[in-house]
Design a protein around this ligand. Sequence first.
Ligand SMILES: *Cc1c(COP(=O)(O)O)cnc(C)c1O
Length: 418
Amino acid sequence: MNRNSENGSYTPIDEEINAVLKNEHPYIAKLIEEEGRRQEDTIQLIASENFPSDAVRIAAASPFVSKYSEGYPAERTTGNTGRYYGGCEVVDKLEEYCCDTWRRVFDTDYHVNVQPHSGSSANFAAYMSVLKAGDTILAMNLSNGGHLTHGSPVNFSGKLFNNVFYDVGSDGFIDYDDIGRKVAEYKPDLVLAGASAYSRKIDFARIKKLIDENSDGAKPVYFMVDMSHIAGLVAAGDHPSPFGVADIITTTTHKTLRGTRGGLIFCRPELAKKIDGGVFPCCQGGALQHIIAAKAVTAEECLTQEYKEYIHKVVRNADAMCREFIKMGYDVVSGGTENHMFLIDLSKTHPELSGNQVQHVLESHNIILNKNCVPNEKRSPVQTSGVRIGTPAMTTKGYGEEDFIAVAHKIDEIIRSI
Ligand SMILES: *Cc1c(COP(=O)(O)O)cnc(C)c1O
């Protein structure tokens, strides 16, 4: 039942689960087997995916699946009214333990809410906790690496709030002066840092300073960090920490943190009541206690030395692979990476190729990644001019620098054959 970290392969629990399903739900059993095999047989370079341990998956399928637990553990000090259901004595212990363990992972006294169902739900609840409809959010431009929930017109964030954006400069790095200028110009209610496709370290302290220097003090300006992609790097000390700097910090638990799909919200202790109310009852109903059990397992795993070494490897592997692409003449946004991923911009080197085309051709060779917009994108988000490559998942499967370099050459060969 151990993590199969050497190869991340189709593991015994899949076979056990399937033995149960096979008779009564043969079609679903077949699909589970198919997906297990697909994950085994492909090279997984999607920067936001990872392979959680068997322990995480077992916890997610535990008896906690049945328990309703709207509200929060009674002894919590945020002024909430406890649970709205009986029989919560065990989930109360579980949720408290989960919260405490996540605080240890990030070595923080921030309040944490472990109930958000996903990264998007965490962001929704965080906004609703401190903003009202029509308030202004200043976030990173989506085509420069931001996330849908950071103000896309097709997302709740874009529909509910007034969104303004800062950009990356022509060098591909965040244009920090642009943040300062836009804080002064637009007087946002919340400034958001964090991205889904940005390969450089983000200087949270510098952004906080720019907010303070450029706002007029007439109203509070919340500084929120969405560390969904880089949370594992923050936990392992490979990326500057937003704790002590940001007011609110959201994250997913399934990317570099390597847990099940889910979200977390951290906040300064004085915002605890607002954040808890923002999650429940504002944006969600009952907590998913089986997922909270899996999140607690994930947090325990993140505390291990083994996990920290894993993250160091993820970063070294991304750097090695990225350098190899640059050596082969590819244009990498910002000229390199300092985290777990990088973006290849095909617009100058391969103007005839779209990211979409490259994604599909690579998929037919069992290499899985995703198309991605690049700064100053000329194509639609469906076509794009770039691809995003990440190393967390294959590092979990035991890949080292040499393996990633070999995959870089394989990708180059395939692209040259298109
Ligand atoms: C992945 C991601 C999210 C959303 O997470 P989901 O669990 O897919 O809803 C939010 N913000 C950022 C920056 C992300 O990368």
